[in-house]
Ligand binder design. Structure first.
Ligand code: ADP
Ligand code: MG
Length: 689
């Protein structure tokens, strides 16, 4: 056991109460403190003479208190502390609002470092609410790069800094290093101890870059090793070929003609299944591109060969929708499609299970209820998972485990990701891309507006509702521990508050709300109301991102749109425009950042999911593709903060080499690595969401 396994409450300066507060941030042990990476930094290293300091840019000035601080009561509830400070170049008048204690912290004739923004011409400079420390203590709060942490009540940034500092000191040189030394040497990476020190308390930006690079690399490397191990496990099983079938026979019974892209994907999948190695294919295509049809064709081929197929969806509602669709596609061939979800009655469940075990039913459509231990198939040959990013890597595996030989696996994702990235994330999955929509689809008109459009937007909502259409409104997830800096950021709207406000604006409309804190059952109940047309407006956090089909929905409003990744916004937009009505997506953002606005404009300009994700990759790096847990991969702590494709490529190459030399990771120099992989898999047993 290393020092890092020690619980934080044993740390100097951390009592029961503080330990509890830290626990809310998921920090229990010293090691968790080290992994609580700053969410940003404040560079306080730049010093300026008072008269030469640039206006309104944060800088440090070294100055002498020319007078005792003066306290004045402007009016009730407003007290000012005023001070004049001087250096060789000039003087500055400093004001603090409502921080009376400062009066006793500063003494005339002593030297301090003030950190803040100066304004006014060189001859009469002023400063408001600067942070400061005596010159003798320089380096604690000024003259350095200060980490900024995600916080919670009872833990200020200063407290967090002290805790991390104490944890680092306590650990000393005993920071375990999971990255083999050979890999460190080959890719020029720093050691773990150095990396943790400098990710929290960087000596300068160069050190910070080194630390960040190492930690991102490590995280990606561990993940690539994990995927490599999974893959190796899969490959060692032999498959059972499905005799080739002519899909035209299947197409002939469809009410429409498949698109060329669908035909291509079906042909690829059928060819896979005819081979000796089990199929392992990802079908990627925008929402509405018709991925279900590809799955149906595969299921048809499997059943035709007298075998069974299972289709797993992430929610009950989706399972229901797929059940209806698949029955429609497969009925002409007299195939029996059964449902298996958590909410079914015990009797019905028992019967379905019996039918599957006896091989009387060829196809099961369901939720993760399909994964429970007592579900058995007589001859499962194909496992399909839809919107597979909702399932953890392990769960995908669990379904396959229900077959004797390795079944063919088809996974479907509506999150288009660039091919280069797909190859790394999905490893040896073969990828089929459906890059065209069935003919006759209308584009979703997409517009970017700021809050000044609120009244017009409300009018639009009212008009659509009057026409009988439904409206989705999405707000970003607001986390409890989120530091909201009122000036720096536009205020975030929480789904519940916003729903209440909308209900007030539209007393006659039926407004519902779904958010992340609700139980899955509660969420599903509200979603069922939406599907049944019993709600006019649904306000939600991103939980509706999953592919529920509501053809009557004609408007998607995204609040604080700048908070979402482009691909995520594209997903959200895909929730509307699924019926015959003209549909719209309105992105609301008060962001002033040119980068954010440029990103959002990409979305207004194109509806091609692949182009959008390429753009996302170019603008934000690959981190987001991991960070948002879009692919059922473990949550990344640091890779989500940035990183580039080159680093990802290197990490993959390194992992491949490591596994080539030591496939079971049993060499002593890989002991820590092997331990990390085990932890990764354990944590991910519960990633269903
Ligand atoms: P997704 O790729 O989002 O899962 P679906 O499989 O749900 O898309 O298909 C969306 C809709 O398009 C369904 O109603 C489906 O019946 C229909 N559809 C699929 N393929 C075609 C096609 N080739 N021509 C016309 N409609 C199609
Ligand atoms: Mg779908």
């Amino acid at each position: 056991m290393s020092e890092l396994d020690l619980e934080v409450r044993y740390l100097k300066g951390v009592g029961e109460a503080r330990a509890k507060a830290l626990g809310k941030l998921g920090i229990v042990r010293l090691g968790d403190l080290l992994e609580h990476f700053p969410r940003g930094y404040e560079d306080r290293t730049s010093f300026c003479p008072i008269s030469a300091a640039p206006e309104n840019e944060p800088v440090c000035v070294r100055a002498l208190a020319a007078s005792e601080p003066r306290l004045s009561n402007v009016r009730r509830g407003m007290q000012l502390v005023k001070l004049r400070a001087v250096d060789d170049s000039g003087s500055v008048d400093i004001t603090w609002f409502n921080q009376v204690y400062i009066k006793d912290r500063i003494h005339a004739g002593e030297s301090y470092i003030f950190y803040g923004r100066l304004s006014g011409p060189p001859r009469c400079r002023t400063m408001t609410n600067p942070d400061f420390e005596p010159e003798s203590q320089e380096g604690a709060r000024t003259g350095r790069i200060l980490p900024r942490y995600a916080l919670t009540a009872g833990v200020s940034n200063r407290v967090m800094m002290n805790c991390v500092r104490a944890a680092l000191d306590r650990a000393g040189d005993g920071v375990p290093d999971a990255l083999p030394t050979a890999v460190q040497a080959e890719y020029g990476l720093c050691q773990a101890r150095f990396a943790y020190e400098n990710i929290h308390f960087p000596a300068d930006t160069g050190m910070l870059d080194l630390a960040r690079k190492r930690l991102i690399f490590e995280e990606l490397y561990v993940l690539q090793c994990a995927l490599g191990r999974l893959r190796a496990g899969r490959r060692s099983r032999s498959g059972t070929p499905i005799p080739p079938a002519d899909p035209e026979e299947f197409y002939a019974a469809l009410p429409f003609s498949p698109t060329p892209a669908q035909r291509r994907a079906v042909a690829e999948a059928l060819a896979d299944m005819a081979g000796q190695t089990p199929m392992n294919r990802l079908v990627q295509g925008d929402v509405g591109s018709g991925k279900t049809l590809v799955a149906a064709a595969c299921i048809w081929a499997v059943c035709r060969a007298g075998r069974q197929a299972a289709f797993m969806a992430p929610t009950e509602i989706l399972a229901e929708q797929h059940l209806a669709t698949l029955r429609g596609f497969l009925e002409p061939f007299s195939l029996r499609v059964e449902r298996l979800t958590g909410s079914m009655g015990a009797k019905e469940k028992r019967e379905t299970k019996a039918a599957l075990a006896a091989g009387e039913a060829g196809v099961a459509v369901g939720t993760h209820a399909l994964l429970t231990g007592d579900v058995a198939f007589s001859d499962l040959a194909l496992a399909v998972t839809d919107e597979q990013h909702r399932f953890g890597v392990q769960q995908r595996g669990a379904l396959s485990a229900k077959a004797g030989d390795a079944p063919h696996v088809l996974v479907m994702s509506a999150t288009p990701i660039p091919r280069t990235l797909a190859l790394m994330i999905y490893g040896e999955l073969d990828v089929s891309v459906i890059d065209e929509l069935p003919p006759g689809r209308q584009k979703v008109g997409t517009f970017l507006v700021d809050s000044s459009y609120r009244a017009r937007l409300n009018g639009f909502i009212e008009k659509l509702a009057a026409e009988g259409r439904q409206v989705f409104v999405v707000c970003p997830m607001v986390e409890e521990n989120e530091e909201t800096e009122p000036e720096a950021q536009p205020r975030l709207k929480s789904a519940e508050e916003h729903a209440a406000a909308l209900q007030k604006s539209f007393p006659k409309l039926r407004v519902g709300c779904v958010h992340g804190k609700m139980k899955p059952k509660e969420k599903e109940a509200v979603m069922a109301e939406v599907v049944a047309g019993e709600l006019d407006i649904l306000v939600s956090t991103t939980v509706i991102e999953v592919g529920v089909d509501v053809p009557n929905a004609a408007l998607m409003v995204v609040e604080n749109a700048e908070r979402f990744g482009l691909s995520q916004l594209h997903q959200l937009r895909g929730r509307v425009g699924r019926g015959s009505h003209k549909s719209w997506c309105i992105l609301v953002s008060d962001s002033k950042s040119p980068d954010s606005l440029a990103r959002l404009k990409v979305l207004c300009a194109t509806s091609d999911g692949f182009r959008i994700s390429e753009e996302d990759l170019r603008l934000r790096g690959p981190g987001d593709f991991f960070g948002a847990r879009q692919h059922g991969l473990p949550e990344m702590h640091i890779a989500g903060l940035g990183g580039d494709m080159e680093l990802l490529r290197e990490a993959q190459e390194a992992a491949r080499n490591t596994l080539a030399r030591d496939p079971s990771l049993s060499a002593p120099e890989h002991a820590l690595l092997a331990q990390r992989l085990r932890r990764l898999f354990e944590e991910n047993l519960n990633t269903i969401n």
